[in-house]
Design a protein around this ligand. Structure first.
Ligand SMILES: Cc1ncc(COP(=O)(O)O)c(C=O)c1O
Length: 508
């Protein structure tokens, strides 16, 4: 299936699927930005405003902050007054902008989130599941899925994603694993997937979606890292094109919007638009930031008009950087993970395995920060991830390569350390995350938690995947893994204590 909805520039060979003409966008429609236009017109005609926000265009605020943001941006920092529509019941500019976003991503509906993909994911679970209903999902989900499980009361059935035997990371689910789970849990009411993963692996979505649909259940996709996928034919398929029913996308991560601006996309007969709107309204603030809404509108326009060119450039830069970094002795730059299983690959996620240098990912992260003032996307015990995006240039990539050359030349530790763990050990789920969240609990030092049911999530950060969920039992292996992760410089975060030295456990 084509992943490419755009008409070719004149004279180019068409790379979109000609049999799917409905996916070709009309550039004239997408040159519009209804929210931006409404804001511009409103600010130009307003003589005085006797409503919140009380800073009134920045006049009543800290001067340094005003200077940093600029008067124009502050004039646009408005709330839902009549000429600007209302995110909770859109009938004007927001409705139009959401319709254009839906068109861009080939969905029936788009819902704007000013609370990131976290809220979009929570809303997916609240829309598709009732308390006590089962949802099939991989264990390597972001912690926002846990919030959605607690809020919805859905019961997770965790499936095992493919593990990478070298890199110590988890990829996607295979259709075989999903098919088996569907057989074993005929009462499951939804399937949730992460596509692409933080590390850039796409799952064989079309096959998996048709398996779920053939059992009459919807597919919800966490596509937090997928806003750029439709704009290059070689990237993993965008989930709506593969038939997914609900898709949460961080426009702020790779789609050029401001931080916190995300989309929830919907299509198909399984989950109604009214239910999704109700769930989003339940979770979102009534004071939605128009800077964030306008940035979603502008990001949609930018991607519609420029996405193909800019994502194309990012892919080219990434391929070149991968090639050069992969030639440096001591670094391993993995390519696609097991394509024979149907996995796809996003080359703009430049993952570098650094353990052969005798360094942990966290050590490399620190060296790059201190010597090159260069920040990475994430590090884990073995790897460092560099995100190459529509914002990169030849210069930024040259600096990255210079830093990697320095690393292999000057920072190599001769003996690679012996690693006691490749992946976090599994934790047995004893009660549902919601039950554990609401249960009576007590605080104990982490080292005394063995055998206890966790009352909170403990998360390694990034990527923000819980090591332990509320409802899972602490084992000696898990406690040993926490020690290991800390020794490799990985941040372990809890709720009761920021570094999880004390954790809440369920009173038994
Ligand atoms: C895989 C994944 N899903 C969901 C989220 C949450 O997205 P947001 O930060 O937009 O709330 C993240 C954030 O890092 C993520 O990595």
């Amino acid at each position: 299936m084509s992943n490419f909805p755009f008409p070719p520039a004149s004279g180019e060979h068409p790379s979109y699927a000609p049999e799917e003409p409905q996916r070709v966008l009309d550039p004239a429609r997408h040159r519009r930005a209804p929210i931006l236009e409404a804001l511009t017109a409103h600010v130009a005609r307003t003589r005085a405003a006797f409503h919140i926000p009380g800073h009134k265009g920045g006049r009543g605020m800290d001067p340094e902050f005003r200077r940093i943001l600029g008067r124009q941006a502050l004039a646009f920092d408005l709330i839902n007054i009549a000429p600007l529509d209302d995110l909770h019941a859109p009938t004007g500019a927001i409705r139009e902008a959401e319709a254009l976003a839906a068109e861009l991503y080939a969905a029936e509906d788009a819902f704007f989130s000013v609370q990131g993909t976290t809220t979009a994911i929570e809303a997916m679970l609240l829309s598709a599941l009732r308390p006590g209903e089962k949802v099939l999902l991989p264990r390597n989900v972001h912690k926002s899925v846990l919030s959605g499980l607690i809020l919805s009361g859905a019961i997770p059935v965790f499936l095992t994603p493919e593990a990478d035997p070298v890199l110590g990371i988890l990829h996607g689910l295979t259709p075989e694993v999903v098919a088996r789970a569907l057989d074993e849990h005929p009462d499951a009411r939804a399937l949730l997937l992460v596509h692409p993963t933080y590390y850039g692996t796409g799952s064989p979505l079309e096959t998996i979606v048709s398996l779920a649909h053939s059992r009459g259940i919807p597919v919800l996709v966490d596509a937090a890292h997928g806003a750029h996928l439709p704009f290059h034919p070689d990237l993993p398929v965008f989930p709506t094109y593969a038939g997914a029913d609900l898709v949460a996308v961080s426009m702020h991560k790779l789609g050029s919007a401001l931080t916190q601006a995300s989309l929830l996309l919907r299509q198909g007969p399984f989950v109604s638009r009214e239910r999704v709107r109700a769930s989003m309204n339940l979770l979102q603030t009534t004071s939605s930031s128009y800077l964030l809404l306008a940035s979603l509108d502008a990001a949609r326009r930018f991607l519609a008009l420029e996405g193909r060119r800019r994502v194309g450039r990012a892919v080219r830069l990434a391929l070149r950087a991968r090639d050069k970094a992969g030639r440096l002795d001591g670094l391993y730059v993995p390519g696609p993970f097991r394509p024979e299983l149907g996995f796809s690959f996003d080359p703009t996620k430049l993952l570098v395995y650094v353990a052969d240098l005798g360094l942990s990912g966290a050590e490399v992260e620190r060296i790059l920060r201190e010597r090159f003032a260069l920040e990475v996307e994430l590090s884990d015990p073995f790897n460092v991830l560099f995100v190459i995006s529509i914002g990169d240039t030849e210069r930024s990539i040259a600096l990255l390569l210079q830093a990697l050359e320095y690393l292999v030349r000057e920072e190599r530790r001769d003996v690679p350390k012996v690693m006691p763990f490749l992946l976090p050990p599994e934790a047995p789920l004893v009660i549902s995350p919601r039950e554990a969240h609401f249960a009576e609990g007590e605080l104990v030092p982490l080292e005394e938690a063995e055998g206890r049911i966790s009352g909170e999530a403990v998360v390694t950060y990034p990527p923000g995947i819980p090591l332990v969920l509320p409802g899972e039992r602490w084992t000696s292996q898990l406690l040993a893994y926490v020690e290991f992760a800390r020794s490799r410089g990985v941040e372990v975060r809890g709720t009761s204590h920021p570094k999880a030295h004390v954790v809440r456990v369920v009173a038994e």
